[in-house]
Design a protein around this ligand. Structure first.
Ligand code: 1PR
Length: 548
């Protein structure tokens, strides 16, 4: 087996990259010390999270000079995400920390005045228009009609000709009005801001071309010109609520307003096996897969976190981002008689193949503390510690709100919305109360208070459920979504209520939500993710096509 060296100097989900490389028939060997670098024949520098955190780790471990020497040696080198950013002089994310300076330019933060930041999702890496010579060539397998998975808040702004004059071929992507560098290649160096290991077949093609040293290839006929449009696609997420049934099997289930037991025999609704279902949705073109361990509020011994194995198996064949939720909090471990910090619990999941963790109940507690301490940040909450170590983009907060109706806005101090769906007594307003433990306990905290607090604490994304809508197949709660979108700058995923493809079209057309999630309609086989995407495309939305 041919061998590729991987430099693992910082935290992150490295397992998926290893899986993606091994799937292509290559063996991965770790660089464990600076001396190992020069022994490598092919070197990949991954990286996710903070520029400053990653580069500091990198420097402290003594890798700067060996990495520069390797790049100068002419042997194949690839940087991924922060691995691309490391090539530059520095980043506005941490101005005091310098990069390798191979390229004399700096990264800047995306402007969040009109769009969500981080930039999360599938976008282009398009070499099509800038370089006449590459007009009918593919650079390392990148194609203008493919989409690639990005997750970052800082990027290299694209200024036509600036990098090209130094011999770089640049692939660009566009986010709102900002055009940025999606990938760049020169000689022995390839660097991608996107994650090829998370970009399905399109990403596998890029990795394969790099490992085989195939920089320029003829471009095959494009699938359709309309899909060569630059920009972020509408993200469709398949969600699997997972728990043990009464026989002790781990099953995918789905509740009606969070009640997962069948009406007739009280059994836990069983809709399939988690790994098989995830694989099925990947093959249908799901842009992400989310697993929620919905009974994690019951104590789960740390040695027996059931989702770890689900993640290990799924990440071996499913090359899109995986999120895991349920039980991400400080946890008492009876085996060692100690409290294991949430960061350690999250680390177990990242090492098993998760790209993001989703925090539910613990985020509500953190938000309550945030307000009682007059908005002081302690640096100790699960959100803060995980975000600090792995980056904000790795921390999703899952919210389980439910409606509380009031006759007038003066009846409550909470953030209300004027609703078109009046309450049981004809009430014209409602506020959304946050719940914990799968909706079993309701708090005197409204959803706007919660999302504002967790954004301040460092969460990177909101997974917005709605107990009133969950499992009803009646469409998303657009009023809830609009009010949350107006309160935060981080991306928001609409969840709960999807019953058909038009509900997805509706939520994207009538709100500025960033992604939408479905569960029951997919599990019951009523719709496939592919059909939803086809419908969205017919309605004029840009979606990622699935590639074999
Ligand atoms: O509190 O950090 O341990 O996390 C527990 C997690 O489990 C939370 O994310 C919480 O939302 C979730 N959860 C707990 N109980 C349930 C339940 O259903 N009884 N599931 C539950 C929540 C919501 C969505 C669902 C959508 C779409 N599930 O993920 O898939 O509502 O469904 P639909 O499209 O069929 O309407 P912690």
């Amino acid at each position: 087996m041919p061998k590729v060296h991987l430099l693992d100097y910082a935290a992150g989900n490295i397992r998926s990259l290893v899986n993606a490389i091994e799937k292509l028939g290559w063996e991965v060997e770790w660089v464990k010390s600076p001396e190992d670098v020069e022994k490598a024949e092919i070197l990949i520098l991954p990286g996710v999270g903070h520029f400053g955190h990653c580069l500091t780790q990198f420097k402290n471990a003594g890798y700067v000079e060996p990495a520069k020497a390797f790049i100068g040696s002419g042997k194949p080198f690839m940087g991924i995400c922060v691995g691309l950013q490391a090539l530059f002089e520095g980043s506005a994310e941490t101005p005091s920390v310098s990069g390798l300076g191979v390229i004399s330019s700096r990264l800047e933060r995306f402007d969040d005045s009109e769009k969500s930041v981080p930039h999360i999702g599938w976008n282009s890496a398009n070499t099509f228009s800038q370089d006449g010579a590459s007009g009918n060539e593919s650079i390392y397998g990148m194609r203008p009609d493919s989409k690639y998975y990005y997750v970052h808040s800082y990027a290299v702004p694209y200024r036509k000709g600036e990098l090209e004059k130094d011999g770089w071929t640049v692939a660009t992507a566009r986010y709102g009005s900002e055009e940025f560098v999606g990938a760049l290649a020169r000689g022995n160096v390839l660097a991608t801001q996107f994650h090829p290991e998370k970009s399905g077949a399109a990403g596998q093609r890029v990795l394969k071309a790099f490992l085989n040293g195939e920089m320029r290839q003829p471009l095959p006929p494009l699938s359709s010109m309309c899909s060569t449009k630059e920009g972020l696609t509408r993200r469709i997420i398949a969600c699997l609520d997972v728990r043990n049934n009464d026989q002790g099997d781990l099953v995918v289930t789905k509740g009606d307003q969070y009640d997962v037991r069948e009406k007739d025999n009280n059994a836990v609704r069983n809709l399939g096996k988690p790994v098989e279902k995830a694989q099925q949705y990947y093959e249908q073109g799901a842009d992400e897969v989310t697993f929620l361990n919905i009974t994690s509020f019951r104590d789960t011994p740390l040695k027996d976190l059931p989702m770890l194995e689900v993640l290990r198996q799924t990440s071996a064949t499913v090359f899109v981002p995986l999120t895991i939720g349920g039980g991400i909090r400080d946890t008492y471990d009876s085996a060692t008689d100690r409290t294991v910090p949430a960061l350690e619990v999250a680390t177990l999941y990242f090492k098993s193949g998760a790209d993001k963790v989703s925090i539910g109940s613990d985020a509500v507690t953190a938000a309550e503390q945030y307000y009682t301490s007059n908005k002081a940040l302690t640096g100790k909450t699960a959100i803060e510690t995980i975000s600090e170590a792995y980056g904000a983009q790795a921390v999703v907060v899952s919210v389980d709100p439910k409606r509380v109706y009031v006759a007038s806005q003066e009846d409550t101090s909470h953030h209300t919305v004027a609703t078109s769906y009046t309450g049981p007594q004809g009430e014209k307003y409602c506020w959304y109360a946050c719940t914990i433990k799968g909706g079993r306990e309701t708090k005197d905290l409204d959803v706007v208070q919660l999302v504002t607090a967790v954004e301040a604490l460092g969460a990177g994304e909101i997974l917005l459920n709605c107990i009133d809508k969950d499992g009803t197949n009646s469409g998303f709660d657009l009023e809830l979504i609009r009010s949350v979108k107006a309160a935060v700058r981080i991306p928001v995923i609409a969840s709960s209520g999807a019953g058909n493809a038009e509900h997805f079209a509706e939520v994207f057309q009538q709100t500025n939500v960033d992604a939408a999630l479905g569960a029951g309609m997919f599990h019951r086989g009523e719709w496939t993710v592919k059909q939803v995407k086809e419908h969205l495309q017919e309605r004029g939305s840009m979606v990622r096509r699935f590639e074999e």
